[in-house]
Design a protein around this ligand. Structure first.
Ligand code: SAM
Ligand code: SF4
Ligand code: F3S
Length: 463
């Protein structure tokens, strides 16, 4: 079915009436349960849906059994992400039989794929609404259609690529906020589904981004993470945007992700180092340390080009922090080629790695290649990689011992009562003794010990 733009206000008004009637008959607002899987972009989309629901009088619950609307905002990046969603919606069959009026929706990257929408249509009849990543602007019409007609709706068309600035996002965190600066991806790495489910790159206007960050800072947010699949191809100039955000008054941190190494420039490093608020770290996903695999992945850089950026940053700032994403078991990868990735970990000395077993994604170029490495083998390689990283990072983290660093305290510590935890500028976890009231503050902490993944420290008292 075609949902017209002109129907938005009508559907919104109807849904508001629905909430008022519900409140009068049940004594509380209708409740929504929203779970976002996957990356920060998805979390951000989930917060937008929450904003839209709050606007029409919905409340929220963490227990799906109490919800009138259940939304799963899904991720398609790896098969296990999809399996999790099928498991979860499969478990709701009985619940839906007992609660036929509860609307169950599946949206996001996984839903955007035709074969998935069809599988849900045929096999998971408990799901009432399926919509893809292009349909968020039509949320009110879709929801009203399902509620008022008591019919199922599937909307995975790509007709709306417009960026809407007209929404009130309801954020889960009060300290840290994600701010998308662009959507989609043009890179078509051969293993990756994202360009197929998120479409081509679209950038938000710099004024809209800067205004949003200003509002967040005024509201007390202390850490802003700018999001995009490749922020370096932001249409209006990423370095310029960083400078503009850096000049917004107030005490806060700026982070961003991800940077594609093919576009990460020396100018970017200079901008980071020359700024006041941009964290001195860079998430630079390399995926593999082997040139043959990088070419097969269509990453469009070599190991040497990648290392040039790393070396440039470390020449200017020897402790510059890097993190990365890695894939093991790409089709045709040999053990020797995998070892080149292990070697790169040693060479770069990352503070953090996010490593994944290759997962075949139907519709991608790599899906046509023979996936000749067994799951067991891939699992063993992953373990090997993680052990290597553990060794590297535990030594590399010791560069902080004896130094005083600024930490944004963000929660209670794992050590127990009286301990709190926070992150350094580089995103490294620090645990230290301190009162809970410090959570949300920037604090000076002297580092006393480096552990495998984290640091221990002590508060530096104000004189
Ligand atoms: N746009 C980001 C970039 O290029 O750096 C990455 C975004 S992707 C959502 C996050 C990570 O998932 C990738 O960097 C890659 O390591 C991993 N990934 C993507 N597709 C994968 C696949 N088919 N199998 C395993 N890991 C995958
Ligand atoms: Fe996927 Fe590559 Fe785009 Fe990142 S840059 S989202 S890995 S296609
Ligand atoms: Fe993110 Fe997963 Fe989609 S990683 S962009 S939610 S496929």
């Amino acid at each position: 079915m075609q949902l017209q733009d002109t129907e938005i206000e009508y559907a919104k008004a109807k849904l508001k009436d629905f909430s008022v009637d519900y409140l009068q008959s049940c004594g509380h607002s209708p409740l929504a349960f929203i779970h976002s899987f996957g990356c920060q972009q998805n979390v951000s989309d989930g917060e937008k849906l929450k904003g839209k629901l709050a606007d029409i009088g919905f409340g929220f619950t963490d227990e799906y059994t109490k919800a009138d609307l259940i939304i799963f905002n899904t991720c398609a990046v790896r098969e296990n992400a999809e399996d999790k969603v099928f498991g979860t919606i499969g478990d709701l069959k009985h619940f839906k039989e007992q609660n036929p009026d509860t609307v169950i929706a599946v949206c996001g990257c996984m839903a955007q794929q035709k074969h998935i929408a069809e599988k849900i249509k045929e096999t998971y009849k408990q799901v009432d609404l399926v919509f893809g990543t292009f349909a968020y602007n039509e949320f009110y019409q879709m929801l009203w259609y399902v509620i008022s007609n008591k019919k199922r709706l599937f909307n995975i068309s790509e007709n709306s690529t417009e960026i809407s600035e007209d929404f009130k996002q309801l954020r889960d965190d009060k300290l840290k906020a994600f701010v998308p600066i662009m959507y989609g991806c043009n890179n078509f790495c051969t293993y990756c589904i994202v360009p197929y489910v998120r479409g081509r790159e679209r950038s938000r206007k710099p004024e809209a981004v800067v205004d949003e960050v200003k509002r967040l800072v005024e509201d007390g947010y202390k850490e802003i993470t700018l999001l995009g699949q490749n922020v370096n191809s932001y249409s209006y100039g990423f370095a310029e945007l960083l400078k503009n955000i850096d000049s917004i008054p107030g005490k806060f941190r700026i982070r961003f992700m991800s940077s594609h190494p093919k576009d990460a420039s020396k100018e970017l490093i200079d901008t980071i180092l020359g700024s006041e608020k941009v964290c001195k770290c860079l998430h630079l996903p390399v995926q593999s340390g082997c040139d043959r695999i990088l070419a097969a992945m269509n990453r469009r850089y070599t190991k040497a080009q990648y290392l040039e950026i790393i070396n440039y940053a470390r020449e200017k700032s020897p402790d510059f922090s890097f993190s990365t994403d890695l894939i093991v078991g790409f089709p045709g990868e040999t053990y020797e080629e995998f070892c080149e990735t292990k070697e790169l970990i040693k060479q770069v000395k990352y503070d953090n790695i996010y490593s994944f077993v290759y997962s075949r994604r139907s519709g991608t170029k790599a899906a046509e290649l023979e996936d000749n490495i067994s799951d067991k083998q891939k699992g063993l390689w992953l373990r090997e990689l993680l052990l290597e990283q553990r060794e590297v990072s535990s030594q590399w983290l010791s560069r902080f011992v004896g130094k005083t660093v600024e930490v944004l305290a963000d929660g209670e510590g794992r050590t127990g009562e009286g301990y709190i935890t926070g992150k350094t500028d580089e995103g490294i976890i620090v645990e230290f003794e301190g009162e809970k009231k410090l959570i949300g503050e920037f604090i000076q902490v002297r580092i006393t010990k480096a552990m495998n993944w984290a640091l221990a420290g002590e508060l530096v008292e104000d004189k």
